[in-house]
Ligand binder design. Structure first.
Ligand SMILES: CC(C)(COP(=O)(O)OP(=O)(O)OC[C@H]1O[C@@H](n2cnc3c(N)ncnc32)[C@H](O)[C@@H]1OP(=O)(O)O)[C@@H](O)C(=O)NCCC(=O)NCCS
Length: 181
């Protein structure tokens, strides 16, 4: 199959549906196939490759009370395109976590921006939400570019944030309701 040309994914190519483990876990497992991909996608975690189905379940259920998981699918074909989670931090703040456009051939064509905008729409549907944040490794330039284009701004932290590791430095980005909503 030929790779779609840049921007061949137009607005509203992607929609979010609830993640259903029995249907979607096998797809997510195909997308994340190395420890490095797992850490880039999810930050440091207690799991290492290869993850058993049980480990995947535990991984996805961390903070499950405060976290919703979504599958991104193609609006017309229903094909799976990506994955993401929204975590409630407090009554005013939500966090976008574990964002992924699954097939590497689909990246860099605007789907990530559609994913972020769809997640922001859900976050700001709650009138109490004033701020959405996320953590991203500072070398993940494509992700940072995508988030910046969706209105996120890097915030300078005085303390190293939770997702910093010895090797990879994470930065926190924030998007307020006023900034575009
Ligand atoms: C981060 C991610 C979700 C962004 O989705 P995406 O569909 O690639 O993002 P977009 O195409 O909307 O935006 C990426 C920007 O980087 C540019 N880019 C250039 N080369 C690229 C490449 N090989 N891959 C991705 N983006 C690329 C894009 O052109 C675009 O900028 P532009 O709009 O100015 O052209 C996706 O790349 C991904 O799943 N990466 C692996 C997992 C990951 O890093 N998750 C982030 C965790 S914080």
């Amino acid at each position: 199959m030929t790779k779609p040309s840049k921007n061949s994914f137009q607005i509203a190519t992607l929609k979010l549906i609830p993640f259903v483990e029995q249907v979607h876990l096998a797809i997510l497992k195909e997308w994340i196939t190395t420890q490095e991909e797992l850490v880039r996608f999810a930050g440091p975690c207690a799991f290492s490759f290869p993850l058993s189905d049980e480990a995947w379940r535990q991984f996805l259920e961390i903070d499950a009370n405060n976290r919703l998981s979504y599958m991104a699918t193609h609006t017309q074909t229903g094909d799976p395109l990506g994955f993401a989670q929204i975590k409630t931090i407090n009554s005013h703040t939500k966090r976008l976590c574990r964002l992924l456009i699954g097939a590497s051939a689909n990246r860099g064509q605007g789907l990530g921006k559609q994913l972020v905008l769809a997640l922001l729409r859900i976050c700001f549907e709650d009138p109490k939400t004033t701020c959405v944040d996320l953590n991203v490794y500072d070398h993940n330039v494509h992700a940072i570019r995508c988030y910046t284009q969706c209105g996120f701004k890097e915030v300078l932290e005085t303390q190293p944030n939770q997702t910093s590791t010895m090797l990879w430095k994470a930065i926190r980005m924030v998007r307020s309701r006023e900034n575009g909503e």
